[in-house]
Design a binder for this molecule. Sequence first.
Ligand SMILES: NC(=O)c1ccc[n+]([C@@H]2O[C@H](COP(=O)([O-])OP(=O)(O)OC[C@H]3O[C@@H](n4cnc5c(N)ncnc54)[C@H](OP(=O)(O)O)[C@@H]3O)[C@@H](O)[C@H]2O)c1
Length: 265
Amino acid sequence: MILVTGATGTTGSALVDTLLARGLPVTAVTRDPRRVTPRPGLTVTTSIGPADALYLLSPAGPAIPEHDLTTLRAAIDAGIRRVVKLSAIGTPSRPAAAEELGAWHQPGEEAVRTSGLEWTILRPTTFATNSLVWAEDIRAGRPITNIFGDGAQGIVDPADIAEVAAEALTTAGHHGRTYTLTGPELLTVPDQVAQLGEALGRQLTTVDVEPRREHFPPEIADVALAGAHLVRRGGNAVVTDDAERVLGRKPGTYRAWAEANRARF
Ligand SMILES: NC(=O)c1ccc[n+]([C@@H]2O[C@H](COP(=O)([O-])OP(=O)(O)OC[C@H]3O[C@@H](n4cnc5c(N)ncnc54)[C@H](OP(=O)(O)O)[C@@H]3O)[C@@H](O)[C@H]2O)c1
């Protein structure tokens, strides 16, 4: 049995689909079981209980350390032996100041590494699904706000993160590994928007805007602003072959994600 936290979210829902498609029993953890559609092989719970392995996901924000530590403690108490933690690219291995980029996931990573469980840490870069926030502007015919300038990123498809997680949760050889997960190529926001426009059959434009606190919800503004400036100066222009080494194939392109997700824009 694999326990999936964040099962209604971006990577968690893809992971549930992946595990069920492999015929593996899954328990989805959610605060609201009514949000999970019943399926053969799937059980739903609101709390951590006995299982073979845990996908540890905490919702983005400053509460990540507390959520990670509470969930991990419950998993150890329940006798779970293996954990795969979703972290983020650039998370430092040393303690970080609270407002520092990378501070959200560092305590959870450290707790996982010292838990005594079999562990794998996944550090994905920016998700392809983040571009769904452009949908409203696209529908309204407005230019897409670009706070990242010409900073490029190795945009990753969350379905590939889920497949790597499924491998680490269910097969041998991933204990003690930290995988930095990216897509196959570096793309700027204008690159992404051009590919999305081709997928949608529309001419889309961007407008370059200096990132400001007001662009983000107040509780994440410090970290998000630091992240935006990092991307702008080219600090997240990273492509790795970690996903390819685990999956035995190239990770998906942003173009393929855009074509498969046309209906969501
Ligand atoms: N987006 C990116 O580009 C990116 C890049 C690198 C790393 N990450 C990391 O990915 C993780 C997930 O981010 P996401 O934005 O894509 O989230 P998400 O996985 O779409 O959704 C968050 C999930 O957390 C669950 N949850 C449990 N307690 C919650 C609470 N108190 N408040 C809100 N949700 C709660 C929700 O489940 P229920 O509502 O069913 O309970 C939901 O399924 C974060 O740790 C983030 O740092 C994201």
